[in-house]
Design a protein around this ligand. Structure first.
Ligand code: SF4
Length: 386
């Protein structure tokens, strides 16, 4: 959208008739069951509403999968200063809102309102990915500097994962120092926000900055910055990064759930066994969930509580007066990613783009000292269902 100079799309719904279900009673009954499963699951019912997505900082740090200092380490000494627990206490002390729905009706409420030191609104929807990116990956320990960066990125209209990864690469190139939170705020406000030559370079993303400065440690797939889980020590999500039709995208199939959070079963995050199959199945399920318009965070109860998915299907059926089955939903997910794959192949994005950057195979990641060790054939098996 940015390249087309579109910043947002606003829809005026006045005079639009209310949406009605074909069978409102059945819909309501199914919605009740569905809502209960969201509240019953420890991640969607407790972790996310209390600490937001930033609850993941300490968890990933402990697992050695928190990419730090431009993906050179898997843990960050300053993790406590940027953790969900610290963010929660800071918000409460400053009179903000530690739990908040990002849209009316959400009962998980993982968003929040983060105030500055004087109790004035600074930012909201302050996510783990943003805090990891400027925190661990850029080594900034000051949560207020990261919150100001978040606010500026919202105003400018740049993606916070891509921008954080870009700053990590720029820090390695010496554009500014690791840990320089004030420098990040200055470059966002005065360079990227104003479209100066440096701002246009940085606004073009991590791959562009890496090329411009001759940096080889550039964490991108298909030109898109790698998010907040190191693929060497959380191997399942690495498969998703490599194979996602959109480039490195943790939301295309959140294998972190099963690798780290023991949601939907358990696989060894440092091993390869079962990871390709897991990533593929999650990608198919996520494509189906995305098609419903539901937030991805319903995936946690959907993976663990059988009534979650069945009640969602009941809601769809009652709303539209149809009779979808679980198999139909899986087939829908498959058809979505097959279509995306066909688009990519026609656009010249084939197996050679379904790969992680070489440095992940060459540089062991502390503290587990593991490398990315999937062969091309192992990765390409991902598409065997297509
Ligand atoms: S819709 Fe999703 S992202 Fe938004 S507050 Fe609810 S759970 Fe969080």
């Amino acid at each position: 959208m940015g390249s087309k100079r579109v910043k947002f799309i606003s829809i005026d719904d006045s005079d639009t008739p209310a949406i009605t279900s074909k069978d409102p009673e059945k819909f309501k009954a199914a919605a009740k069951v569905f809502a209960k499963t969201l509240l019953d699951h420890p991640v969607s019912g407790q972790g996310l509403p209390t600490y937001g997505t930033d609850v993941l900082v300490n968890i990933l740090n402990e697992a050695g999968g928190l990419p730090t200092r431009n993906f050179t380490k898997g843990s960050f000494e300053g993790h406590d200063k940027i953790s969900g627990e610290t963010m929660h206490d800071t918000i409460v002390a400053r009179g903000g809102a530690p739990t908040h729905p990002c849209h009316p009706g959400c009962i998980i409420r993982c968003s929040q309102i983060y105030n500055d030191q004087d109790g004035n609104y600074l930012t909201s929807g302050f996510e783990y990915e943003t805090i990891w990116g400027f925190g661990a990956d850029c080594c900034i320990e000051n949560l207020d500097d990261i919150a100001m960066a978040d606010r500026l990125m919202d105003d400018i209209g740049v993606d916070s994962i891509e921008t954080a990864v870009t700053f990590g690469v720029a820090m390695e190139a010496g554009v500014l120092g690791f840990g320089d939170g004030k420098g990040v705020v200055r470059i966002l406000r005065d360079e990227i926000g104003k479209g100066t030559p440096l701002g246009r370079l940085m606004g073009g993303g991590a791959a562009q900055v890496g090329r411009a400065y001759g940096i080889t440690r550039v964490p991108v797939v298909k030109g898109q910055g790698i998010p907040a889980y190191d693929p060497r020590s959380v191997k399942g999500i690495g498969v998703n990064y490599a194979m996602s039709t959109m480039g490195a995208d943790h939301t295309s199939g959140y294998a972190v759930a099963t690798n780290i959070l023991n949601v939907g079963g358990r696989v060894d995050p440092l091993g390869k066994e079962g990871q390709v199959e897991l990533a593929r199945n999650l990608n198919i399920a996520t494509a189906a969930i995305d098609s419903t318009g539901m937030c991805l965070f319903i995936a946690f109860p959907a993976l663990d509580i059988p009534e979650c998915l069945s009640s969602l299907i009941d809601m769809i059926n009652a709303h539209f007066g149809i009779s979808l089955t679980g198999d139909d939903v899986t087939a829908l997910g498959k058809s979505v990613i097959k279509l995306e794959r066909q688009f990519n192949l026609a656009a010249g994005l084939g197996p050679e783009q379904d790969r992680l950057p070489e440095f992940f195979s060459l540089e062991p990641l502390p503290p587990h000292n593991v490398v990315w060790d999937f062969t091309p054939a192992e990765l390409d098996a991902y598409w065997d269902f297509a």
